[in-house]
Design a binder for this molecule. Sequence first.
Ligand code: AR6
Length: 168
Amino acid sequence: MIHLQQGDITLFEGDAIVNAANSSLQGGGGVDGAIHRAGGSVILEECAAWVRKNGVLPTGKAMITSAGNLRCNWVIHTVGPVWNNGLKDEDLLLSSCYINSLHICREKKMRSVAFPNISTGAYRFPKPDAAEVAVASVQNFLSSGEDDIEVTFICFDDHNYRLYQKLL
Ligand code: AR6
């Protein structure tokens, strides 16, 4: 089951939201900044503890923290690829962000998760290509498993929203 919404992912009420983080997990701008502002310091503290133990989070991987003051229970942090003219396996790495986040949902037996449009802001991934990768990755994951996970794509900007409307 895949849903589409336009708006602010920090308002999502469900099991988890996904954060388009960077490898340091120290927060930043865009959706990352919005999530940390709304969720409070506990998220940053858990991220820092995780990095002290495991090192930085590589591009395409995902980890999970609690969600502080947010309306969901968990935040899954993943690191999208920086767009480099398609020369650095960006499609594959972006797909891994969605797949690895969904693996965490499966492990935790979650029923609902919301994704932002990873890499399409500061990391400059072309929005049409990113939307195709996102939708195909989620569809493949859901159709290849027995999970009961509802996925919501939450688009912030009009362009992404129109692209997802077409694809879905
Ligand atoms: N809810 C949903 N989507 C949002 C929100 C929001 N509140 N705010 C922005 N977006 P970006 P990236 C959309 O730049 O490209 C950070 O500084 C936005 O319209 O947040 O993966 C990190 O720390 C865009 O479509 O993430 C990293 O350093 C999408 O979120 C770096 O930016 C992603 O834009 C990651 O860059």
